[in-house]
Ligand binder design. Sequence first.
Ligand code: NAP
Length: 281
Amino acid sequence: MPATLLDGKHVAQLTETDLAERVAALKAKTGDRTPVLATILVGDDPASATYVKMKANACRRIGMESMAIELPASTKTNDLLREIEQLNANPDVHGILLQHPVPSHIDERAAFDMIALEKDVDGVTCLGFGRMSMGEPAYGCATPQGIMRLLEHYEIKLSGKHAVVVGRSPILGKPMAMMMLQANATVTICHSRTENLEAHIRQADVIVGAVGRPEFIQAEWIKDGAVVVDAGYHPGGVGDIEMGPLVDRVAAYTPVPGGVGPMTINTLIMQTVESGEKAFA
Ligand code: NAP
């Protein structure tokens, strides 16, 4: 059987059609109001600016408004916290995205945790993470939630499977592992201090690469029939997993690009629409 391509671009497009209808229904109900995503960009990192632009474009595609807040690189933590407080208090804003990384002098965790839970559509607060981990309602962190949605769309079974997540960052590896645990997988989390990484990966029914190093996870470590999710993206269309030799012998895999990336943005806008629907209910 040929491997299933976990086509994030396709799933994101399908979802956008549905989201556009939901936004149109909200406009009809509220006299032309839409959910609003506020994006905060601190500094002038070109990659971050591009990501923010892509998110604003996704909002536009589904007929939803966004509000761009651009702050200088010299912004202090307290200034950023005040900005977020104002957005929390603004009834016209339904979701808040703080583009990260922020400049290193800023306390990023404090900034994330200032975001009100009901507007944490990127799923970055400790409170949201804790609630999600306990199976309580909260918006999932966008990248791992996007991966879960992608696996669900292709009916990839997680229950009882051994999932190995390589990476434990607060916005990817850790929430990914907790989401897979919630879905009844048996989860191993690997990181830079893990011994015998290869031996752990060899056991994986589902492997998630979230390392940030090009093709770090070697194809020969991955068993036949595994489900392979590559969250990495590096110049030249390369991910964190050496995918080339795998495509003929695994059950399913995410392409790079076009796998995880589109699902991340799609999850962010989907969760903003949900937040808007709750606010306008
Ligand atoms: P990160 O914060 O740099 O975390 C990398 C993780 O990999 C850390 O937990 C680190 O372990 C682990 N690691 C580093 N070297 C390792 C090694 N030799 N063996 C095992 N583990 C190792 O990165 P991130 O933000 O989670 O991002 C991971 C990847 O996903 C990147 O390629 C990034 O570009 C991509 N990404 C994609 C999207 C998307 O929308 N497509 C979104 C976010 C991130 P320690 O904790 O021990 O340091």
